[in-house]
Design a binder for this molecule. Structure first.
Ligand code: DC
Length: 220
């Protein structure tokens, strides 16, 4: 069994940025579980099936093969032999992922894969249900949050930098919708594990958050 750090929290709180820094500092593997849910959604989109049809989506789960590869420290996501690292980063895939992530068959498949990776490696794993469901015995659990306004501003700036023409109010709405879906689904909803350390990153720099987590790690 590897050493495990679980980082959960809502979309846009900075989990992946922080998890990448912390994993690099500790020499652990970074596992982005959101990328797995995105890849599953991309699979359904490519198949052209109705994402709201649980039966059809669940019936296709066995055709999904997702693996992670690491090149120069960067995580690549492979979906059925295709590198989908770039394709899973669109708003369409993002919104679809939060819809198909509610299906128990999808969650069972991906959480089994996540557990296996954590058994074989030291990991920093980020997601929504890592500390509560996937790695309930993790060595360190972090619940990373930030206000909706702050998360929307960050996303807005990212999109501007990419040359897109974002609308701040639409981004806020999307974040609220996604939070609601992630927190209110019956299967593995987003919530803080009882033994998780909560960090609100709204008024913190990236380095401050990473240091806070590394300090918690050293304390244990
Ligand atoms: O973190 P992200 O935005 O890449 O995640 C995409 C979607 O996948 C998100 O809406 C919730 C879902 N997800 C999940 O249900 N459980 C996880 N462990 C990780 C992500």
């Amino acid at each position: 069994m590897g050493k495990q750090i679980a980082i959960d929290g809502p979309a846009g709180a900075g989990k992946s940025t922080i998890a990448k820094i912390v994993s690099k500092k500790l020499g652990f593997i970074y596992v982005d579980t959101g990328a797995m849910y995105r890849s599953a959604a991309l699979f359904f989109l490519k198949k052209g099936v109705d994402l709201s049809d649980e039966k059809v989506c669940s019936g296709l789960v066995d055709e999904i093969d997702i693996s992670l590869k690491y090149e120069d420290g960067a995580q690549k996501v492979i979906l059925n032999d295709e590198d989908v690292t770039g394709q899973i980063r669109t708003e369409e895939v993002s919104n679809s992922a939060s819809k198909t992530a509610v299906y128990p068959a999808v969650r069972a498949k991906l959480s089994a894969l996540q557990k296996k990776i954590a058994e074989e490696n030291d990991v920093v794993m980020d997601g929504r249900d890592i500390g509560t469901v996937v790695l309930p015995n993790a060595f360190l659990k972090i619940y990373l949050t930030a206000s909706v306004e702050c998360r929307a501003e960050r996303r807005y700036k990212e999109m501007l930098e990419k040359g897109e023409a974002p609308d701040l109010e639409t981004i806020k709405e999307d974040i609220r919708d996604r939070d609601y879906r992630d927190m209110h689904r019956s299967e593995a909803p987003l919530k803080k594990a009882d033994d998780a350390v909560e960090i609100d990153s709204s008024d913190m720099t990236i380095d401050e958050v990473a240091d806070a987590i590394l300090n918690e790690y050293k304390k244990r």
